[in-house]
Design a binder for this molecule. Structure first.
Ligand code: T5A
Length: 206
């Protein structure tokens, strides 16, 4: 597809949302049309699934949690992301995508890799990010940043330290086509600079 699909990934509080907003501005200044999305979310149905899966009052089995997340992803991909990527000069930038499923549902919850990959393939129709920027940060540092914001923790944020350590390790270990690791303990300005370098390298802009 002619458009570019960029994903920002990492543990809780790594600075993903902050970076997505900064990169959106940079890309727009460079003349691209940019669509910002978050996962799970981005359509009415996907936002409803997000509210269900992150509701701290609800209990979901790991498999049910996976399917709520994948229901949201299927909606977002088919209704929003793919139509944009079919057009020139469009960049879709997503706050999380399928690497989060590997980190949380496979490494964190212990679901079987092959089954999760097959279900994700069905949900996405095989869509893969062109570039995945992984923000590496010790989970305690990210969670301290979140605590400083004073937000009520959601269902995932209430999980124990061991799960969050497995999740962070899975992000640190991630490799593959288009995967670039960035040190999330830099300042937001520095992080934006190195992320922009990675994007320029991918799109070939001098
Ligand atoms: N989930 C999601 C799954 O289990 N499986 C999946 O497949 C998917 C897609 C989504 C939840 O869903 C789960 C994982 C998640 O638990 P979310 O809201 O996307 O939830 O995830 P969070 O990580 O909880 O989002 P946050 O908004 O809390 O964290 P961000 O976006 O990483 O961080 P951000 O930018 O909001 O910044 C947090 C704080 O740090 C400061 C900011 O100002 C803010 O106060 N900050 C920095 N401070 C110092 N240096 C920097 N470089 C900073 N950048 C930001």
């Amino acid at each position: 597809m002619p458009g570019l699909f960029i994903v920002v990934e990492g543990p809780e509080g790594a600075g993903k949302t902050t970076l997505v907003k900064r990169l959106t501005r940079r890309l727009q200044q460079a003349g691209y049309q940019v669509l910002e999305v978050r996962e799970p979310g981005g359509t009415d149905g996907a936002e409803a699934a997000r509210a269900l899966v992150l509701d701290p009052e609800r209990h979901w089995s790991p498999v049910a949690e996976l399917f709520l997340i994948l229901a949201a992803r299927a909606e977002l991909v088919t209704r929003v992301i793919e139509p944009r990527l079919r057009e020139d000069y469009w960049v879709v930038i997503s706050d999380r995508f399928d690497l989060s499923t590997e980190a949380y549902q496979i490494a964190g919850r212990g679901l079987p890799r092959d089954g999760v990959f097959a279900a994700n393939q069905l949900a996405t129709g095989g869509l893969r990010p062109d570039l995945t920027l992984v923000l590496d940060i010790p989970p305690q540092v990210g969670r301290r940043r979140q605590a400083a914001q004073g937000k009520a923790p959601d269902r995932m944020e209430r999980e124990d330290e061991e799960l969050h350590e497995r999740v962070a390790q899975a992000f640190r270990d991630a490799v593959g086509p288009g995967v670039v690791h960035l040190d999330a303990q830099r300042t937001p300005e520095e992080l934006e600079g190195v992320a922009w370098d990675a994007i320029r390298a991918r799109i070939g802009t001098p």
